[in-house]
Design a protein around this ligand. Structure first.
Ligand code: RP5
Length: 282
């Protein structure tokens, strides 16, 4: 049976073949009949064979066992370990640290092992709402048509840069080519992305995961107290998004992509506690 954090990783994806049957997610439970489907998407293979190889690995290098990292949140810090140290290396290949997925190969993911992303949860209180309604900026993904945090792959860049870049690319596409607006919003973004609160770091229950490649992410929360700034954000979906919009998250009633609902719930609970603390101090 799939565990709670391994449901989407054994489920369907529009660009994937049907997964092999997963009787037991845990590698610790023997399953002699386990027959994962071999699948690496043609787009990954094409990218990997090109002279310039920006995001896909050419081959699985055994040095990845000690050079590729896997992450997790430890208190207020993100802790990094190698695939080997994390027990995510088996038979000269990365092995999904949570368990079986029914697919071997890389699917749509470019890197063997952990594919690192960053996810910014940007919230505000809906203007003039009583009781207060907490909202976050969400995109509607083009691939699965689900609402999601506007995150993206780090592509080996620092997490803070990725959070800012992805938010702009995925949710503020209206800025492109509009230099007057860009300067003003850029300034506001600099301010907004200073700090933030670490919500989660680690494995993502992503529908693209396979036995040999999986998503990990660093999630940070940024709350906009300035209602005028929040209202001024020109939300518009970028290339990977059908649209970008504010959605209510207290309570969260819209299903979200992968494990995004888990992290959004952490944020909405924390904001509720913050509000109670503030009102009890008045
Ligand atoms: C998820 O995939 C992460 O949480 C992040 O939101 C996203 C990154 O992949 P792309 O949106 O770049 O496809 O696992």
């Amino acid at each position: 049976m799939p565990s709670n954090n391994h449901v989407r990783a054994v489920g369907p994806h529009p660009a994937y073949p049907t997964r092999g049957r997963v009787r037991s997610v845990s590698w610790r439970v023997a399953d002699d009949d386990y027959a994962p489907i071999a699948f690496t998407h043609p787009a990954v293979l094409k990218n990997a064979s090109e002279a310039l190889c920006p995001w896909a690995d050419r081959t699985c290098d055994t040095s990845f066992s000690d050079s590729r990292v896997t992450i997790r949140k430890h208190g207020r810090r993100v802790v990094k370990t190698t695939l080997r140290q994390a027990g995510a290396w088996h038979n000269d290949m990365p092995r999904n640290p949570v368990g079986r997925t029914g697919i071997q190969g890389r699917g749509l993911l470019g890197k063997f092992g952990a594919n690192q992303a960053a996810d910014p949860i940007v919230t505000r209180y809906r203007p003039n709402s009583t009781p207060p309604v907490l909202e976050m900026v969400a995109i509607k993904r083009r691939d699965t048509h689900e609402y999601a945090i506007p995150g993206g792959m780090t592509e080996d860049n620092p997490v803070p840069d990725t959070l800012r870049r992805e938010f702009k690319e995925e949710a503020l596409a209206a800025l492109e080519g509009n230099s007057a607006m860009t300067d003003a919003i850029d300034h506001a973004m600099d301010h907004m992305f200073e700090g933030g609160t670490l919500v989660y770091a680690g494995y993502v229950d992503d529908p693209r995961n396979t036995d040999n490649a999986w998503m990990e992410t660093t999630v940070k929360h940024f709350h906009i107290d300035d209602a005028n700034l929040a209202a001024a954000l020109p939300l518009q979906g970028g290339d990977d998004a059908l649209k970008a919009t504010w959605i209510p998250i207290s309570p969260l009633s819209i299903p979200l992509y992968a494990s995004h609902a888990d992290w959004v719930t952490i944020v909405s609970n924390a904001m509720e506690r913050r509000m109670h603390t503030r009102s009890s101090m008045r």
